[in-house]
Design a protein around this ligand. Structure first.
Ligand code: FSX
Ligand code: SF4
Ligand code: F3S
Length: 375
């Protein structure tokens, strides 16, 4: 524990330098994070100063019903500083997926760390919590996930539900939900909970949330579903580079079509970008390398509640609840064909009509979200 105490007293900057990162890497990262935290570029200096002076926040990282894809994704962030920034000795020692140790010693060390940092640590939770049959479907060291979660949450300053499983219930909660899986906020009611959904989520988003807390001492502004607005305030559709094709009524109808090769919109192949709130289109994955749509596959809405029951994934859904744009998309496509052989003016008008209808027909969730964002 002596080692832990020593590491804990370092600032973010000192810790990164110790790991061999350069000042240049650090400055690049601070600039990148400032932008993605939704802050003005004039705030870069404040972010740098905070990282140089603020002590690292202890993190306890629990894993329950999940595939561990969230951690895998987090570790594989192509950005050199992302994992090093969050994974201090504490989380490495007590992450079921990452820790080198095992058994009673690890359990004891975790309890000691929670005691030492009571009221100060951030609890990161991956995975859902089974509640059926007294929670027997997920036990660690002889205790149920529900029991462990309640204990870990008691001393947490805030909780980050990392991934769609801990945020919404995830794939194991799919109908008929045989183990009675629930998200964290069904069980924990008395702590601030920041939902960072996605299956898996974007690594840089969680880093941004933790950095916001470290710099400002507050959790970021959340939408009405508990997600940080700066990362989940827009639909994937709003920042999609294929959006001009959607607006022009140009859709790929099969994966091996010429239209798909042309990079046309994937809406008719089941894309849920129009009803999915996530930063994939703007941040992309692996340091801006790609994201599902850029790889030629439609968004399956992996950051949305109940996406797992909203299949089949690669067929255009005529019944996305409250979406109402599928008729519009059809209409745009039909009129676009007419426009191509007739008048470009008709095409432009049709596109505008489609846009207006799309806006009018947004889902209840979308409306609530946008109202919240405007508020
Ligand atoms: Fe769930 Fe994460 Fe999907 Fe997997 O931990 S959000 S199943 S990527 O691993 O919880
Ligand atoms: Fe992009 Fe999908 Fe929207 Fe098409 S429907 S523009 S592929 S997000
Ligand atoms: Fe998920 Fe869709 Fe992004 S499937 S990773 S929310 S593009």
């Amino acid at each position: 524990m002596g080692t832990l105490q020593k590491k804990k007293s370092k600032t973010y900057y000192e810790s990164l330098m110790d790991k061999g990162h350069s000042r240049r890497d650090f400055m690049k990262f601070a600039t990148f994070m400032t932008a993605y935290m939704g802050l003005e570029s004039s705030m870069i200096g404040q972010v740098v100063k905070a990282m140089e002076t603020k002590k690292r926040i202890p993190v306890i990282w629990e894993h329950f019903q999940e595939c561990t894809g969230c951690t895998e994704s987090f570790l594989r962030s192509d950005h050199p500083l992302v994992a090093d920034l969050i994974l201090d000795n504490i989380s490495l020692d007590y992450s079921n997926t990452l820790m080198a140790g095992a058994g009673h010693n690890v359990e004891e060390a975790k309890h000691q760390s929670m005691k030492d940092n009571y009221g100060k640590y951030i609890l990161i939770v991956e995975g859902a919590i089974p509640t059926k049959d007294d929670g027997v479907y997920c036990t660690i060291a002889g205790r149920t996930a529900e029991d462990i979660l309640k204990e870990s949450a008691a001393g947490a300053a805030a909780i980050i539900t990392f991934g769609s499983c801990s945020a919404w219930g995830g794939v194991q909660a799919a109908h008929p939900n045989p183990t009675g899986s629930v998200p964290v906020d069904i069980i924990i009611k008395d702590k601030p909970i920041i939902k960072v959904p996605g299956c898996p989520p974007i690594a840089e988003v969680m880093t941004g949330v933790v950095m916001h807390y470290a710099i400002f001492g507050t959790i970021p502004e959340l939408d009405n579903m508990g997600r940080p607005k700066q990362f989940y305030g827009k639909r994937v559709h709003d920042s999609c580079y294929r959006r001009p094709h959607f607006d022009a009524g140009q859709f790929a109808k099969s994966f091996d079509s010429q239209e798909a090769k042309n990079g046309y919109c994937l809406y008719k192949l089941g894309c849920r970008g129009p009803v999915t709130y996530n930063a994939c289109g703007s941040m992309e994955w692996n340091n801006g390398l790609s994201y599902p749509i850029k790889s030629g596959y439609p968004c399956i809405g992996c950051s949305e509640d109940k996406f797992w029951d909203n299949g089949p994934f690669v067929e255009r859904l005529v019944n996305i609840p409250g979406m109402g744009i599928e008729a519009t998309a059809d209409k745009v496509g039909k009129i676009a064909v007419g426009a191509a052989v007739g008048s470009a003016v008709v095409h432009a008008v049709a596109t505008n009509i489609a846009k207006r209808k799309e806006i009018k027909n947004r889902s209840q969730r979308g409306k609530a979200n946008e109202e919240n964002i405007k508020a």
